[in-house]
Ligand binder design. Structure first.
Ligand code: 1X7
Length: 320
């Protein structure tokens, strides 16, 4: 096979592997057997070994790259990653709703309700569709560059389905099953166990050796946009989430857009009862004003946005 044929074959294998990875890890709808996937990956790696100059950072063969880092570089978040104000009962939610109507001078408010994932907040930067950098939230203004570790999360696409430049925010987390597997291995080795999935996720993403992070089947849900270029800016948060999904990013399907606080409280009540069925930890519900122009008008305090609040569930006794 000459170089041109190899290049075409490599392109075709990359496209197929990226598509199957998207269907398996983002849509949870696998379309090929593991055996077929592995065979295509072995062929891609073989061809890239013969033509190393054809390797690109978005190749599916490049998920577990690099040598262990001596330390993590610092990353400044141009748009701060703010935290959320908390509500612990429905009276506080009603106060939040009244404040939005007063400050926003509106009679009714559309809210988006999303599950508050109990993991590690991270930021992903894509340039012309290619994943170029990932960072922890840190203190909201400065985080750590953990790109190598985030590349090992299979539900993070190394290339978006459209060549846009944007920075997205989300929560990396460990599903219960993976958390229990990791702790079982630690127990066998006589090592200290992780106290909960959040600590295990943070510990996994803070490994300086990406091969260790790659051994942990972390997952992620994206839920916010920082900077964005090269595509139509959405008018509502609902449309922003649909855009992330269209780009091939994993967005949590258990969300609703509702009119007024009564339906928000119904959503909170439902997930207070059913959160143990999810297979991963949530510690509450995030409620956001849907209209982005109203969000803009409401603005943020130094710590958190005025247009969003987290309804917190009481801590679960131990992790089932
Ligand atoms: N869907 C969301 O907005 C969401 C989910 N899970 C979380 N841990 C957080 C944290 C912030 Br800050 S927003 C958010």
């Amino acid at each position: 096979m000459n170089r041109k044929q190899a290049s075409e074959q490599i392109e075709e294998l990359r496209a197929k592997l990226n598509e199957h990875n998207y269907r398996y890890h983002v849509l949870d709808e696998p379309t090929v057997s593991d055996a077929d996937y592995d065979a295509m990956m072995r062929e891609l790696i073989r061809l890239e070994k013969e033509h190393p100059d054809l390797v690109t950072p978005d190749s599916p063969s490049q998920r577990v790259g690099g040598e262990p880092l001596p330390y993590f570089e610092k990353v400044n978040h141009r748009i701060p990653m703010l935290s959320l104000g908390n509500a612990f009962d429905f009276d506080e939610l009603k106060d939040f709703d009244r404040r939005i109507k007063r400050l926003g001078q509106v009679e009714t408010v559309d809210y988006v309700c999303e599950l508050k994932i109990d993991g590690l907040a991270v930021s992903l930067r894509y340039e012309e569709g290619v994943f170029v950098r990932g960072a922890t939230r840190g203190d909201g203004r400065t985080g750590e560059n953990i790109t190598q570790n985030l590349r090992t999360i299979r539900s993070i696409p190394l290339r978006l389905r459209e060549p846009v430049t944007l920075e997205v925010r989300g929560e990396a987390f460990l599903p219960h099953k993976e958390f229990e597997r990791i702790n079982a291995v630690k127990e066998e080795r006589g090592e200290a166990l992780f106290a909960n999935p959040r600590n295990a996720a943070a510990g996994s993403l803070r490994q300086l050796d990406p091969k260790l992070a790659a051994e942990r089947a972390l997952d992620i849900y994206l839920y916010g946009i920082g900077e964005v270029e090269g595509t139509e800016a959405p008018g509502t948060h609902t449309q922003a989430l649909e855009m992330l999904s269209r780009l091939g990013l994993k967005v949590n399907p258990d969300r609703v857009t509702v009119k007024g606080m009564d339906d928000v409280m119904d959503f909170v009540d439902y997930w207070r009862e059913h959160r143990t069925e999810l297979g991963y930890e949530i510690d509450g519900i995030v409620i956001k004003v849907d209209d982005l122009e109203l969000q803009e008008r409401l603005g943020t305090t130094a710590k958190s946005p005025r247009w969003s609040i987290a309804y917190k569930f009481p801590a679960e006794e131990g992790v089932t």
